[in-house]
Design a protein. Structure first.
Length: 509
């Protein structure tokens, strides 16, 4: 076959090692039906007039975020099918791909199957053109596309010869598109022949995780499977939704640009607020190295993430008790973080099927686990404190998200410690963040730190502390199915001038 039918945009590491894509033993540069690219600029220039290319697969790119490249390619040629290869489906990713007009999000397994079918169709078309096989005829490219389309069960549409049905989007090793690539030209390895000059030198990319973490994401096998009933490893979120139509809880990570912003207190009180509003709530301690939610809740022997990953059936032990949310604590050992990240997508899917709300704690240093949470989040509480350095750290974190292709539209920017005489107001932070809306949380005073350090979160909540009331009002505003009246209807002591004395007396007792 002389003309390629499919284009593949990926970094050079993927072309050198096709096993990263699940294509062990394949020589991607030797496929005459496949046009390879590592540069977004070259891909757009070559594909704009390449009428024979009917489909584009975007894995990663050396110079732009994959979602931006996919959107640009779709904008250049609306009649061509453009597919994104993604780690997992999330609300933010779904909204971005939909807005960009991207036709499909492929899991790793779906991509491997798609590759095999396109290769088979290309081979069959080449045989027909060469007169090989019974009843051989020269098949037009459109008919070959129709045969591929029929094999996938996708109905055609006027806009695209393949239709616009979105494929599954969970399970592909997303670290590939964030793994660092050495700067400068890279000579082809043995057995690799550059094709039509489309392979360009790769430039360095910003990475959430080191290449070793990327490798762990690719090679690790999740214990979650269909037999356990907890999650479906390597299957699509859409499949899980069809099996559990009422599933998928509201995932709310709490992040900040740096440590010391008050995440621990806000996470703890937000989880209790959601539980108090009548929603089954899980407090997920995803600060995988130094999470302290168990200590703050006063739980001596909590169920931990690494224990659930080792024995998935233990997830059934998680349960809420009255107004107290369930807790899934951070791993006991610091060095378990990388293994947890590798299996996090299946774990998140599993807990979202069991709880209405998952409030996730995060660490101060941004890492791969932040990307996993943010790409699957329903909303994300971005916490900023009263320090000018906290605002600067938030700006740097947002810049990182932009360079890594993580959508920031789910972010709820929240300024902590607001009150009379506070150094910063929500207006100050909004100006620093180029006009973004900023929520305010009041200063809860010394009682917050004292009572949480003593494991007396219940006393803090019963006191109707100002910080808790502010968090409760925010949760009532953002959580689905909860009205603002629900928060104000909660019973409390209602005696603010007695709070300090009563709480300190309880602490001494």
């Amino acid at each position: 076959m002389s003309m390629p039918l499919v284009a593949l945009c990926a970094d050079e590491e993927c072309f050198r090692h096709p096993e990263l894509l699940g294509l062990e033993g394949e020589n991607l540069l030797a496929q005459q039906w496949l046009m390879p690219f590592t540069s977004a600029e070259q891909a757009r220039a070559a594909l704009r007039d390449a009428l024979s290319v009917q489909e584009v697969w975007v894995v990663s790119c050396a110079d732009v975020a994959p979602i931006n490249l996919a959107a640009a390619l779709k904008r250049d040629r609306a009649d061509r099918r453009v597919c994104m290869l993604t780690a997992q489906e999330s609300g933010s990713l779904r909204s971005r791909t939909t807005a960009a007009g991207v036709d499909a999000s492929l899991t790793r397994q779906a991509f491997v199957e798609r590759y095999a079918q396109c290769k088979q169709a290309a081979t069959r078309a080449a045989q027909l053109q060469a007169g090989i096989g019974s009843g051989a005829v020269c098949t037009p490219a459109g008919e070959a596309a129709t045969s591929q389309q029929a094999a996938f069960g996708v109905a055609p549409s006027a806009a695209s010869p393949y239709g616009t049905t979105v494929m599954p989007a969970a399970g592909f090793p997303g670290a590939l598109e964030r793994a660092g690539v050495p700067a400068g030209a890279m000579a082809p390895s043995a057995g690799m022949q550059p094709s039509s000059g489309s392979l360009a030198p790769a430039s360095a990319q910003t990475a959430f995780a080191a290449p070793s973490a990327a490798k762990a994401l690719v090679t690790s096998v999740s214990p979650y499977g269909t037999a356990s009933g907890l999650g479906i490893s390597g299957s699509s979120s859409s499949t899980a939704d069809s099996q559990h139509p009422a599933a998928k809880g509201f995932l709310l990570p709490v992040v900040s640009g740096s440590g010391g912003a008050g995440k621990s207190a806000v996470v703890l009180l937000a989880a209790h607020a959601a539980q108090g509003l009548g929603l089954r709530t899980l407090l997920l301690d995803f600060d995988l190295q130094f999470g302290d939610m168990a200590q703050l809740m006063g739980v001596k022997k909590p169920l931990r993430i690494d224990e659930v990953l080792a024995r998935p059936e233990r997830l059934a032990q998680l349960a809420c008790e009255g107004k107290v949310p369930a807790l899934l604590a951070a791993p006991e050992h610091v060095d378990a973080a990388e293994a947890v990240v590798a299996q996090a997508p299946a774990l998140l899917d599993a807990v979202r099927e069991r709880f209405d709300v998952i409030v996730a704690n995060t660490g101060g240093a941004w890492a791969e686990q932040h990307a996993v949470l943010l790409e699957r989040s329903s909303k994300a509480l971005f916490l900023i404190d009263q320090r000018a350095t906290s605002v600067h750290a938030a700006q740097r974190a947002l810049d990182l998200c932009a360079r890594c292709g993580i959508a920031v539209n789910p972010f709820l920017f929240t300024l902590n410690g607001c009150g009379k005489g506070a150094p910063l107001s929500s207006m100050d932070v909004s100006c620093a963040l180029k006009g973004a809306h900023v929520h305010e949380l009041p200063d809860g005073g010394a009682d917050v730190e004292e009572l949480l350090a003593a494991g007396l979160v219940g006393d803090l909540i019963d006191s109707r502390n100002e910080l808790f009331e502010g968090i409760e009002g925010l949760m009532a505003e953002i959580l689905p199915g909860v009205s603002a009246a629900a928060a104000s209807s909660r019973e409390g002591s209602g005696m603010p001038f007695l709070r300090g004395k009563r709480l300190r007396k309880r602490k001494k007792a």
